[in-house]
Design a binder for this molecule. Structure first.
Ligand code: G6P
Ligand code: MG
Length: 213
């Protein structure tokens, strides 16, 4: 039986997928690297360094380690400039209600985010207290699609993976949830999230009553 729900942050709860996208796009344009929406979609849910490597696939030249470090840091600066100004208004519509529906049903909630900015965001959005357990990129070694982050979240809740449901907006995240042995709810478009067990158009459509057995 279902006892807990593990939420992704960027693009599920926080309206940051567009901000990450814009920051990478700006960096790509400055560096003269081609960038289109299909590259943008592949970056979703992928950690900072992994995202940079995907971006650089299209680059005409190679970069040293030090240059890559500098590019990743520059992208993060652009991103931080935006999220420093975030507040509860930057929650995606219905996100708070979706998480609360889980808590009101007596189940546990966790956050599994690939972002090193996750704790800043939780604080800005005013939702840190809605989670029983938080795992972010600072706590794990292997990024999504590896199952490590969702397994760590389940362990933190004291639950078996089979007792948890994962909620994600990115293909890498759905793969991570499935490798962890959990059912996956995809938030967004079927095109990008074909593997999800249940697909919802947005987080406002999420209510735990849909999943109680
Ligand atoms: C999330 C986002 C990705 C982002 C990653 C790392 O998974 O979906 O787009 O690259 O976090 O974020 P960070 O804030 O650490 O650069
Ligand atoms: Mg996401």
């Amino acid at each position: 039986t279902l006892k807990g729900v593990i939420f992704d942050l960027d693009g599920v709860i926080a309206d940051t997928a567009v901000v990450h996208h814009a920051a990478w796009k700006k960096l790509a344009s400055e560096a003269g690297i081609p960038f289109d929406d299909s590259v943008g979609e592949r970056l979703k849910g992928v950690d900072r360094r992994g995202s940079l490597d995907i971006l650089l696939e299209k680059s005409a030249r190679t970069y040293s380690e030090a240059e890559k470090e500098a590019l990743a840091t520059r992208k993060n600066t652009y991103y931080r400039e935006q999220i420093e100004r975030f507040g509860p208004q930057n929650l995606l519509p219905g996100a708070r209600k979706a998480i609360e529906s889980v808590r009101h049903a007596g189940m546990k909630t966790a956050l599994a985010s690939a972002s090193r900015n996750a704790s800043l965001l939780l604080e800005r959005l005013g939702i840190a207290d809605l989670f029983d357990y938080v795992v972010d990129a600072n706590h794990i070694g292997r990024a999504k699609p590896d199952p490590e982050i969702f397994l760590a979240a389940a362990r933190g809740l004291g639950l078996a993976p089979s007792e948890c449901l994962g909620v994600e907006d990115a293909a890498a995240g759905i793969a991570s949830i499935h490798s962890a042995g959990m059912k996956a709810v995809g938030i967004g478009h079927a095109q990008a999230l074909a593997g999800a067990d249940v697909l919802l158009p947005n987080v406002a459509a999420f209510d735990i009553s849909l999943f109680k057995t």
